[in-house]
Ligand binder design. Structure first.
Ligand SMILES: CC(=O)CC(=O)SCCNC(=O)CCNC(=O)[C@H](O)C(C)(C)COP(=O)(O)OP(=O)(O)OC[C@H]1O[C@@H](n2cnc3c(N)ncnc32)[C@H](O)[C@@H]1OP(=O)(O)O
Ligand SMILES: NC(=O)C1=CN([C@@H]2O[C@H](COP(=O)(O)OP(=O)(O)OC[C@H]3O[C@@H](n4cnc5c(N)ncnc54)[C@H](OP(=O)(O)O)[C@@H]3O)[C@@H](O)[C@H]2O)C=CC1
Length: 284
């Protein structure tokens, strides 16, 4: 199936990045969000990054103009009626995601593929609220999307080979590297990454070391590009907590219990870089 028109739902940090790379690769993209301010901010950020790419001579001025012309901010989910693929990137919450998928199932054409950028939630459960579970799939991009090469492609129980192949082909077209994984809590990326981040938070919580020193140990000792606490702030502490909860509930194993300090920060509204405060403070 040829994918031409794509809708990305959620103009947060992931949705914005996904919309940009799709438009840069020639897809016609609706970026959908109920919040017009979030859409405006996302459009500005994408334009800024494209301008920087022109300055660095990675793309031409006309590539930038063409990309921007392919990007359409949208506040109506019904714009998905002309789309061949929808990539959902709203908050990591099953209730919110299943509501979006159930609505999309009614709006989109019969042939359309419905993908989720969920970082941990079961694709099979999301697919079950639609009448097309064979066309529902996980397409898990990494943050920051324009930079990171990996896309985890997650097969739900009923995902068809045809759907998998269409998404694998598109991932290659986006100049990303696809990796096929099965539908288990946290898939591969976050089953491995998030317990490491959670453990780093425990070392601060238990007074083993300071935030800065934990990050230094992992940066200089393990050559990680960012320390785990900087990375947690970058991902979003709410997202980190939701993922730990999915692992904890999904496996029923106490080794995945979220650190109380992580819970406390999220309750305080300290969500990391996006809210201006997490383990570190950020200028707005
Ligand atoms: C939670 C999940 O479900 C899954 C996940 O995504 S887990 C998170 C996975 N991501 C990571 O682990 C990221 C780890 N960090 C890194 O790789 C690097 O620190 C980084 C790529 C983010 C920044 O790299 P850096 O060398 O430290 O900084 P910097 O030189 O400023 O940036 C390198 C390039 O990335 C770009 N970049 C940095 N942050 C960016 C962002 N948020 N959005 C877009 N581009 C960005 C910069 O513009 C720069 O591009 P140019 O070459 O055009 O200048
Ligand atoms: N952060 C990361 O590093 C990664 C995140 N992901 C996944 O991507 C998805 C989005 O994460 P991210 O972009 O970081 O999150 P953000 O917090 O940046 O954005 C969340 C988006 O969800 C929307 N949203 C929030 N609440 C609701 C609701 N009740 N109904 C509908 N939409 C809602 C927000 O809309 P509004 O603008 O209106 O508030 C916003 O567009 C999550 O599933 C996350 O797990 C995947 C890979 C990496």
């Amino acid at each position: 199936m040829a994918i031409k028109n794509v809708m990305v739902i959620g103009a947060g940090q992931m949705g914005e990045g996904i919309a940009q790379v799709c438009a840069q690769s020639g897809y016609n993209v609706f970026l959908n969000d109920m919040n017009e301010q979030a859409l405006e901010k996302a459009m500005k950020n994408m334009e800024k990054r494209l301008t920087r790419a022109v300055e660095k001579e990675r793309i031409t001025e006309s590539d930038k103009t063409d990309t921007l012309n392919r990007l359409h901010p949208s506040t109506k989910l019904t714009d998905a009626e002309s789309c061949d693929l929808v990539i959902e990137a709203v908050v990591e919450n099953m209730e919110v995601k299943t509501k979006v998928f159930s609505d999309l199932d009614k709006i989109t054409p019969k042939h359309a593929i419905l993908a989720s950028n969920t970082s941990s939630l079961p694709i099979t459960e999301i697919a079950a609220v639609t009448n097309r579970p064979e066309q529902v799939i996980g397409m898990h991009f990494m943050n920051p999307v324009p930079v990171m090469k990996l896309v985890e492609i997650i097969r739900g129980l009923q995902t068809s080979d045809e759907t998998y192949q269409a998404i694998e082909e598109m991932t290659n077209k986006l100049s990303k590297v696809p990796v096929e994984v099965n539908d288990f809590p946290g898939f591969v990326a976050n089953r491995v990454l998030m317990p490491m981040i959670n453990e780093a938070i425990y070392t601060v919580y238990e007074g083993v070391s300071s935030v800065e020193d934990v990050d230094t140990v992992m940066k200089l000792g393990m050559n990680h590009p960012m320390g785990p606490l900087t990375l947690a702030d970058f991902i979003g502490l709410d997202t980190c907590l939701y993922i730990m909860e999915v692992l904890y509930e999904g496996f029923g194993d106490s080794k995945y219990r979220p650190c109380p300090l992580l819970r406390k920060y999220v309750k305080a509204g300290w969500l990391g870089k996006k809210s201006g405060r997490g383990f570190y403070q950020y200028e707005s």
